[in-house]
Ligand binder design. Structure first.
Ligand code: NCD
Length: 332
């Protein structure tokens, strides 16, 4: 959706070789399918500049005068805080409806379209997390400001996938040629759905590691294969641990189970321990979108290969880059 605001500040001058800039000014960010390898490289280069800026100055006035609404119908710690921190470090303001929509007019029965049409009166962009697949698209159909999907049920979580891919590139220096294992709840995990789609734009090998009832939906696994990705499925981390470059571990998504006895059956299926890590390559990383509920032992945290805290910090830089981009300030 288009927004038309005059530019106020000049900021980012891309360094090095010019990269084909993406054009997300005024656009919604609903799915990873909107991205190309070129636009990803561009967003990553802006995120790197954001990191340099934060490390050097802490904050800037790039988005002074802009307001971001954060509307979360589901719990969040990292996604909501990093969007808020991103906006504030860029000098902008935030309407935070992140502590429970029960305190907003949603509890009076207001519909999603009406809540969106309300917030766009005050904000220049809206970040939305919602339990229903496709909710962000519905919001975007009504909104005149960019909608950023911060998770739509079991559907997608595109900004998480961007920060995940950025982390892989930062940590291992490349994406092509890697072997990536997705571990845990591949059925309901939206971070898995978005990241596997994004990875399929690269020359990677993907291992799907899950209990039978939490396998990646067949259409998604087939999409990967159709794109020429080598996909292998197994139940056991032990089968893949010694060969992978990235071990992407996820939580079993309790809130998505209709039958909680099924959840009980698989909740403790995976435990990454220091002992297991002895079999992993010296140069590899363990990732997790977090929160974790037992899948990775705390004793693993001191392992230099444990990248999950660095990963979450990268989330702020990526979200700064995206906000600057959709509000038309990343490139002048
Ligand atoms: C994830 C989510 O909400 O999908 N969390 C996050 O955004 N970092 C993963 C999860 O909740 O398990």
């Amino acid at each position: 959706m288009g927004i038309d605001r005059p530019g106020k500040f000049d900021f980012i001058a891309l360094k090095g070789d010019p990269i084909q800039a993406s054009n997300f000014y005024g656009q919604d960010i609903l799915s990873v399918s909107q991205f190309t390898r070129e636009s990803l490289a561009y967003i990553f280069s802006v995120a790197e500049e954001m990191r340099e800026m934060v490390q050097g100055m802490g904050a800037t006035d790039l988005l002074t005068g802009y307001v971001l609404a954060c509307l979360f119908y589901e719990p969040s710690t990292r996604t909501s805080s990093s969007f808020i921190a991103a906006m504030e470090r860029l000098g902008g303001g935030v309407i935070p409806i992140t502590q429970g929509v029960q305190y907003s007019s949603v509890s009076k029965g207001e519909s999603l379209p009406d809540t969106i049409r309300t917030l766009e009166q005050y904000a220049d962009a809206i970040v939305l997390r919602h339990p229903q697949v496709g909710a962000a698209k519905v919001a975007a159909d009504y909104a005149h400001v960019p909608i950023i999907n911060a998770g739509d049920g079991t559907g997608e979580h595109p900004t998480q996938a961007l920060l995940d891919l950025f982390t892989i590139r930062e940590e291992l220096g490349k994406i092509d040629g890697l072997r990536v294992a997705m571990v845990g709840d591949l059925k309901y995990g939206r971070t898995v759905h978005s990241l596997t789609r994004l990875l399929s734009m690269y020359d990677v090998e993907i291992f799907l590691v899950s209990p039978e009832i939490l396998r990646l939906p067949l259409d998604q696994a087939n999409d990967l294969r159709d794109k020429g990705i080598r996909v292998r499925e197994t139940y056991h981390v032990a089968d893949v641990i010694s060969t992978v470059d990235v071990l992407y571990v996820t939580r079993v998504q309790k809130e998505r189970f209709a039958d909680l006895s099924q959840y009980e059956e698989v909740r403790d299926f995976y435990e990454i321990t220091p002992d297991l890590m002895k079999q992993a390559k010296e140069r590899m990383i363990i990732m997790h979108p977090l929160p974790r509920v037992g899948e990775i032992h705390y004793a693993v945290d001191d392992d230099p290969r444990a990248a999950y805290f660095r990963q979450m910090r990268n989330g702020m830089y990526i979200r700064m880059a995206l906000l600057a981009e959709v509000l038309g300030k990343a490139r002048q």
